[in-house]
Design a protein. Structure first.
Length: 202
């Protein structure tokens, strides 16, 4: 998926929140993120997953500034990574500016390699929210939002983002049609289409 937006409460399958004044905040965030990642199925058997990183910017802070500015940055890219020992996603990771604003203030989007789960972190006025969305590519809310962006036009529309979404939606539809042909057999999809057409006299 190009990105995951537009999900609602019914799409969320897990998550947690911590206020900024939580004792040992980074330690708590790391522990709860790992528990959520394991329970939701973010990792594969090699502890690999995807992280969405912005193009054309060197930090999450720069990406936020671009998002709230008048020019559109290039769409973010999914990058495959592996979780190694001595990791610190919410501390050093967030402080590195790729996974947040600074230590204890994460901001990231992650996805399982097979797309089955999406995990994101955001910083608010009083604390940090981390949540998981199961099968975002099947969520009616997410798909409806992506389709809305793809149709949106005007001076503030991000053309490159729209094209990414349009391409993904088209690929998804082709995949569903191919899956239907494999399920039904080579001649049946055409038969189904013929039967679905209205006939005169009915």
């Amino acid at each position: 998926m190009p990105f995951v937006r537009g999900y609602r409460a019914e799409d969320v399958t897990g998550g947690f929140s911590h206020r900024y004044d939580t004792p040992r905040l980074v330690e708590r965030l790391n522990a709860d993120w790992y528990d959520l990642a394991v329970s939701s199925g973010l990792f594969d058997d090699r502890c690999e997953f995807l992280v969405q990183l912005p193009q054309g910017t060197r930090s999450h802070r720069a990406a936020l500034q671009s998002m709230h500015g008048y020019h559109h940055p290039p769409p973010a890219l999914w990058t495959r990574i592996r979780l190694l020992g001595h990791w610190d996603i919410m501390g050093r990771g967030a402080a590195s500016a790729f996974l947040g604003v600074h230590s204890g203030h994460p901001g990231f989007a992650m996805m399982a390699l097979d797309g089955s789960v999406y995990v994101c972190a955001s910083t608010g006025e009083s604390g940090i929210d981390v949540l998981a969305v199961r099968h975002p590519d099947r969520s009616e809310n997410v798909l409806r939002y992506l389709e809305w962006i793809a149709r949106r036009d005007g001076p503030y529309a991000n053309r490159e983002e729209k094209q990414c979404i349009t391409d993904w939606l088209a690929d998804r539809q082709r995949g569903r049609l191919l899956a239907g042909e494999r399920l039904l057999g080579p001649g049946l999809p055409e038969l189904v289409r013929t039967l679905a057409q209205p006939h005169a006299g009915r």
